[in-house]
Structures are given as structure tokens and as C-alpha cells.
Write a protein that binds this ligand. Structure first.
Ligand code: PCA
Length: 328
């Protein structure tokens, strides 16, 4: 009898434990999400919508608190903050990881993919290659969105690659830094929120970035020319810590993946619309929006070819596989 009592008690105990822990798992959870770019950036807007959708789909079980503009973690620290579990989810510029493996930087190779269709094709080729690399670091990619094509911002008209020589050049990753070095410019890494200040103080005088980042930074305050070279479309990626993701209920996990899928589609559409609108805004504010000369494009593409050859050497078989998929 005693034994049966004990058994019943321990069974009740077990059930209570299971109940409270499952309750804890389904209880309301808040995730912190650092992002590098200011609120008005379309990527950030897209992420704010993603967070709202997650909240709605999960009936409030998962709330994502967005900390934009590098306010919680500085851009270069975001990936490791997610990896280490200090935060559960985060956004960063994918090609920043090219120092770990060159395949992460495929989307920043000059003139490899120069429009939205090609950029999407490149992402389709790149995703299955980078996913296991991220997974090995406890990271699960959720979605990636391309920036508009990268253009050239300068104080003077640029007619050939030679005109870039000696310019103090704002850069945002190792590939762009390399590009600046190859064309004989002087690179300085500057995060987006610091662009206006870097130009105002003369730390830099030229840059390559999207119409979006140029217009958001009020480029007309410090440069006169935007040359529409459409050199590449780099991406931002959103990743989640897998341990944290696995803690969620299956239903909540499903909702996160569903919202992520929608965010990727919406983000690419936003990017396209953004490009047209922001180029118009550059013009409205008095900037000269130029089509590149043949000579400039020829020179830039030569630089692109040279850089791609070097990239192939460092990207090894994974890089080969990526390019094969992309070109097919
Ligand atoms: N804007 C970001 C990345 C690429 C872009 O268009 C930047 O300038 O840092």
C-alpha cells in the first residue's frame, strides 16, 4: 500500500514538473534583437514588421524587441552576441563573415551579381553552402534581404577608374576595402550611423553604397555626384540562436519560420521600391545622378575580374560549388 502511495505521489510530482516546465516553455517569452542600421532603413522597417507578425501569429507568446542602429551591440559584435546567447536573434551584414570563410562574401564581389534577379540567384546558390557553416556555430539563418545596387558617391565627376586614385574612401567590409586599395583609394571603415560625421570632418570624401543608405545619410550635404554603377547587391541576414529557438514550442517555432519567410519576400520587394524612390530623392535634393561612362565601367569590371580570381582562390571547393550553382 505504502509503495503504491509513494508511486502515486511521485507520478503526481512528475506530472506537476512536466506541467510547470511546459507552462514555462509556452509562457510569454521576450527576445532581444540587435540590428546595425537606423530605424528609417527599410531593412529595419522590415524587421519591425517581422517582429509584429511574430507577436500576432504566436498570440503574444513570443515578443521580439528590436534594438536598432547598433544601440545594444555594435555591428561587428552582433553575430557573436547571438552565437554566445547574450541575445537570441540578430541582424548583420552577411559579408562581414568573409574573414571566416570567403563564401560569406560572394554577394560583395564587384560585378558578379548586379541586379535583383542575379542577386536572388546568387542567394539561392549561397544559402545551402552557408547554412551548415552557421549551424556549426549554433546559428540558424532565418532570412536575408539584398540592399539596392551599390553606386558611387563622389564630390567630383568620375570618368575613369583613375579618377578614384587617392580619394579617402568610406568602406563597410573587407571586400570593399580591397576594392579601394586596388583602385588606389585610401579606405576607412565607417558604420552607417557615422557616415554624415565622417564626411563632415573630412575623414572620408567618397563611398560606394546603395541609393538607400546614401539618401538616408543625406548624401547631398557632402557630395554632388551619384554614379549608378550597379556594382553588386550585398545582403543583410537575420540569424537566431538554435538553442533558444529549440526552447520554443513547436507551434511558436512554426510561426517564427512563417514570419521569416514572409519577411524575406517582403524585404526584397521593399528593396526594389526603395531603389527607385531614393534615386529620385537624390535628384530632388540636387545631386547629379550619372550613368557611368564606358571607360569607367570597363575599368571597374577589370577590377571585378581580378578580385573574383583572387576570391576563387580563397573560397576553395565551396566557392567553386557556389559559382557552379549560380551560373547554372
Ligand atoms: N548600405 C550599407 C551596406 C550596403 C548598403 O547599401 C552600408 O553602406 O554600410
Amino acid at each position: 500500500m505504502k509503495q503504491i502511495k509513494r508511486l502515486v505521489f511521485s507520478l503526481i510530482g512528475l506530472m506537476l514538473c512536466a506541467f510547470t516546465s511546459s507552462f514555462a516553455a509556452t509562457d510569454f517569452v521576450t527576445w532581444d534583437m540587435p540590428t546595425p542600421y537606423p530605424d528609417k532603413t527599410f531593412h529595419t522597417q522590415n524587421i519591425i514588421e517581422f517582429a509584429a507578425e511574430v507577436k500576432q501569429l504566436t498570440g503574444g507568446k513570443l515578443a521580439i524587441k528590436v534594438h536598432s542602429a547598433g544601440s545594444l551591440f555594435k555591428h561587428p559584435e552582433i553575430k557573436n552576441a547571438v552565437r554566445g546567447g547574450q541575445v537570441q536573434i540578430g541582424e548583420f551584414f552577411l559579408s562581414l563573415l568573409s574573414n571566416e570563410n570567403a563564401v560569406f562574401g560572394a554577394d560583395s564581389q564587384p560585378f558578379l551579381a548586379t541586379n535583383y534577379d542575379e542577386a536572388m540567384k546568387l542567394w539561392v546558390a549561397q544559402e545551402p553552402i552557408i547554412e551548415p557553416l552557421l549551424k556549426a556555430q549554433m546559428l540558424q539563418p532565418l532570412f536575408a534581404v539584398a540592399w539596392p545596387p551599390q553606386g558611387l558617391y563622389t564630390k567630383k565627376e568620375i570618368k575613369s577608374v583613375d579618377d578614384l586614385k587617392g580619394l579617402k574612401f568610406r568602406t563597410y567590409n573587407a571586400t570593399l576595402e580591397k576594392f579601394a586599395n586596388v583602385v588606389g583609394a585610401a579606405p576607412t571603415q565607417v558604420e552607417v550611423p557615422d557616415i554624415p560625421q565622417a564626411f563632415a570632418t573630412g575623414q572620408v570624401e567618397a563611398m560606394i553604397t546603395s541609393s538607400s543608405t546614401g539618401a538616408n545619410s543625406k548624401a547631398w550635404d557632402f557630395v554632388e555626384y551619384f554614379t549608378d554603377i550597379q556594382a553588386w547587391l550585398p545582403k543583410n541576414i537575420v540569424v537566431v540562436n538554435r538553442r533558444e529557438f529549440n526552447k520554443l514550442d513547436a507551434e511558436v517555432q512554426k510561426s517564427v519560420l512563417e514570419a521569416a519567410k514572409k519577411a524575406e519576400i517582403r524585404g526584397w520587394e521593399m528593396s526594389k521600391k526603395e531603389n527607385a524612390a531614393q534615386i529620385a530623392l537624390l535628384k530632388e535634393n540636387g545631386m547629379k545622378v550619372m550613368q557611368p561612362s564606358e571607360e569607367l565601367m570597363k575599368g571597374l569590371k577589370e577590377v571585378g575580374n581580378q578580385m573574383l580570381d583572387e576570391w576563387k582562390k580563397t573560397a576553395g571547393t565551396e566557392g567553386e560549388e557556389l559559382l557552379k550553382k549560380y551560373y547554372n
